[in-house]
Design a binder for this molecule. Sequence first.
Ligand SMILES: [Fe+2]
Length: 303
Amino acid sequence: MTIQIKPVAGRIGAQLDGIKLGGDISEQAFEFINEALLKYKVLFFRDQHLDDAGHEAFSRRFGNQVPHPTVRSAEQSTAILHLDAKETRANSWHTDVTFVANYPKISILRGVVIPPYGGDTVWANTATAYADLPEPLKLLADGLRALHTNLYDYAAPRNTDESGLKRYREQFTAEVYETEHPLVRVHPESGERSLLLGHFVKQIQGVSSNDSKQLIRLFHDRITHVDNTVRWRWQEGDVVIWDNRATQHIAINDYGDAQRIVRRTTIDGDVPFGVDGRLSQALKPTPETRSPQTEADKKHLAA
Ligand SMILES: [Fe+2]
């Protein structure tokens, strides 16, 4: 096996060459990728050109695939999220699906239609963001918990199609989720501590909304500082894998009306725990508030 690793930036991100991804990669290759993922947090693979079946088969090597909690999966797939820039642009910093307790541990994204220029994605390392905090701020962060929801503060991105955006947004919030997470998550495999924030955060628990805003800004700025990021220029056929437990990402919205389509799978994650061992807690939906419509949709998906 001759997989080559080339770091792309100093603190996060590496390109892996010399491997063709799929469900049939060897155990040795899988171990190699998983170890690299824990170290570099985001891995880039050029020229893979996977179809949906290949994408899903490769994803399943990492664990159980989970469909998005509210957005319907792509046709003829069990768990592929189709992301078309006409409907949605992930142009604010986030970790995927943190409004649920056991949010995905890994996301696997492939470039299907890529604009001729622009539309790069940037990832940030939330573990180095924590490690570089001065000691008093680490102590402060260690004790905080934050409320995450899919009804997050949201502004319509430029160049989305109004009706497409509305449709996507309605699906996205069809069921309201709220989860309380520790601000500092301990990684279940590496033991590393990382800051858990992003655009689904609504409030730091137990403080005023003004203090909450300032605290979020204080820690968030450490995560997204350019020194702490890696930027990827997509090509069609690329596959990117990230450790969703130790990163945030943003898709840059600088390609006007050009087409941009990516497809994503996500792998079932653990319920996070903080420095004190306390677990995240799902607050909504409760059995009483759960929408029967969404349940029916899920059964339809599972069928
Ligand atoms: Fe995302």
